[in-house]
Ligand binder design. Structure first.
Ligand SMILES: [Zn+2]
Length: 211
């Protein structure tokens, strides 16, 4: 997509979508945004949650990063972008649901797998960031030690969603709200080959197709 086509896209948005939905925008300006759902999705251009979930403005508080990862809670003076967005969504807006939105063929998870196999990821930030999900690789190796690369990658992507769900619970303000019922966590996985959406069932310990 070229920049020119993007500008044409914006013009189309303004003349059609924005004009048609002015009352919605006015309501969201007067009352502020109050989405009840926060989604942590990958930066990948193929998995935009607003498109996949057909959401309207005001519906989703969207947090996007490489490989849709949640780092563990750390309280220091570093710049924690994902943690700041989570804090704002949960404490500021008061969302009732947080969805970790994983997906198939994730380059970020592939980078983590490479790091775990001792292959060099030739950038400064991606490797250490992706390694937040290192435990997903350890679990996958235990679950399917002889799997081929594709199967292993799909399993790592799903396990990384579970690692992020566990990391969410290391945030005191999230654990507190989950425990008293104000907040529910969800692990979803978008299969971009089949066009299907799976949800993690903690009782059955497996991902199940959402119809
Ligand atoms: Zn991805």
């Amino acid at each position: 997509m070229s920049i020119d086509r993007m500008i044409l896209g914006f013009n189309s948005f303004r003349s059609q979508y924005f004009e048609k939905n002015k009352p919605l925008y006015q309501k969201l300006i007067r009352g502020g945004q109050k989405p009840s759902i926060a989604v942590i999705a990958c930066s990948d251009s193929r998995v935009d949650p607003a498109i996949v979930l057909q959401a309207e403005p005001g519906d989703i508080f969207s947090i996007r990063n490489v490989a849709n990862l949640v780092p563990p809670f750390v309280s220091d003076d570093s710049h924690h972008g994902t943690s700041a967005a989570l804090e704002f969504a949960v404490c500021g807006i008061g969302v009732e649901h947080v969805i970790v939105f994983g997906h198939a063929h994730c380059a970020g998870i592939n980078a983590m797998i490479k790091e775990q196999k001792g292959e060099h990821v030739p950038w400064h930030f991606v490797g250490p960031w992706a390694n937040i999900a290192a435990e997903a690789y350890v679990r996958t190796k235990k679950e399917m030690p002889d799997a081929d690369e594709e199967t292993e990658a799909r399993c790592c992507e799903k396990n990384s969603v579970l690692v992020s769900l566990e990391n969410l619970m290391t945030f005191p303000f999230i654990a507190e709200r989950v425990n008293d019922g104000r907040l529910t966590l969800h692990g979803w996985y978008l299969d971009i080959v089949e066009g299907t959406l799976l949800s993690y069932d903690p009782e059955e310990k497996s991902f199940k197709k959402i119809d």
